[in-house]
Design a protein around this ligand. Structure first.
Ligand SMILES: O=C(O)CCC(=O)C(=O)O
Ligand SMILES: [Fe+2]
Length: 322
């Protein structure tokens, strides 16, 4: 059992965040996931090469430099290609995403769930608000038509702000960890200790996500450099952001969310699942192929509906965003 100590849980409740060093084993837990993404990148490279969008598949390069080169030459950050969720707008049958077996295995990782159980209890639902983030160095990242970096630092926000109000009473826990070391140079997270006591703050739609307006951000935030294997837990009200990636390699991270079974996830159009249940173990989803199937089905359903899904309550025209 990788249960948290009482002191760790108290620290989490007091500060609104907790870093657990070495909770995951980089070799046993993270490397197989990296291997799986190497295959995904290979497929992407071959597709773009076949479409004439890149002049080489860059197969001789390591993962990070290869991704950077492919994004740079194709002029596009292919975040959706790797992510294990869909995006609200414009989902079609062809929208790429990666819902492979190692991803599923990571969401169900025993050590992670033991720690999650210490915070939200033993009936654990995998909330579908989840991402893999592969962030190239900002100076090497292609820009959009307006000259903005396509995938840059994350602005200050609370995760409660990025879900629908139906989840305001949900005990949603954010679990963030790097696949490689996250440093101040490559864009680790920033947290605002104690910010969870301010309640839900106003958020404003911004080109790179929702953000708490600058005037409501108190202080600079605390950088949280982390080694591969370390895991950060955040309450849904803890304000956090990321630094820019100024290194020469990608910053690579996972963010997962969990809540007690039965509580709204705040993104009901996407499928969650029972990750652990002591009361009804037979309801746990244990089959990676089934999980993938559920997501493929969701993609078809959204493609057929062709309506844009709204995931938050904020309006850029509100006075607080002026
Ligand atoms: O990884 C990042 O840059 C931002 C992560 C984040 O906001 C989250 O995990 O909730
Ligand atoms: Fe967040």
């Amino acid at each position: 059992m990788a249960a948290l100590s009482n002191a760790q849980v108290e620290q989490f409740r007091r500060d609104g965040y907790l870093v657990v060093a070495g909770l995951l084993d980089p070799v046993a837990h993270i490397n197989p996931l990296i291997k799986e993404y190497e295959g995904v990148l290979d497929t992407l490279a071959n597709e773009l090469y076949a479409q004439g969008k890149i002049s080489s598949t860059y197969a001789e390069l390591e993962f990070g430099p290869r991704l950077i080169e492919i994004y740079k030459e194709s002029g596009k950050v292919q975040q959706q290609y790797f992510d294990f969720t869909l995006h609200g707008a414009n989902v079609t049958e062809a929208t790429p995403f990666w819902v492979g077996p190692e991803v599923f295995k990571m969401i169900r990782n025993e050590a992670l769930l033991d720690a999650v159980e210490s915070i939200i209890g033993p009936e654990i639902y995998s909330n579908p608000v989840q991402h893999v983030r592969l962030k190239p160095p900002e100076h090497l990242t292609p820009r959009d038509a307006e000259g903005r970096i396509q995938l840059a630092q994350t602005p200050p926000h609370q995760d409660n702000g990025v879900v629908l109000p139906e989840a305001d009473g949900t005990d949603m826990l954010t679990v963030w960890f790097p696949l490689w070391d996250a440093t101040i140079e490559n864009g680790c997270l920033l947290v605002w200790p104690g910010s969870h006591r301010r309640g839900l703050l106003d958020h404003c739609p911004n080109f790179n996500g929702l953000r708490v307006p600058e005037k409501n951000v108190e202080g600079p935030g605390l950088p949280v450099p982390m080694k591969a294997g370390d895991v950060l837990f955040l309450t849904k009200l803890t304000m956090h952001a990321s630094l820019s990636n100024h290194s020469n390699n990608i910053r690579w991270s996972y963010d997962l969310r969990y809540n007690p079974i039965g509580q709204p996830t705040g993104r009901g159009v996407y499928p969650g699942f029972v990750a652990r249940s002591h009361a009804h173990p037979e309801t746990e989803l244990r089959d990676a192929a089934e999980w993938r199937h559920i997501w493929l089905h969701t993609r078809s359903r959204l493609a057929a509906a062709a309506t844009e899904k709204v995931f938050n309550r904020w309006n850029a025209d509100s006075p607080v965003c002026a």
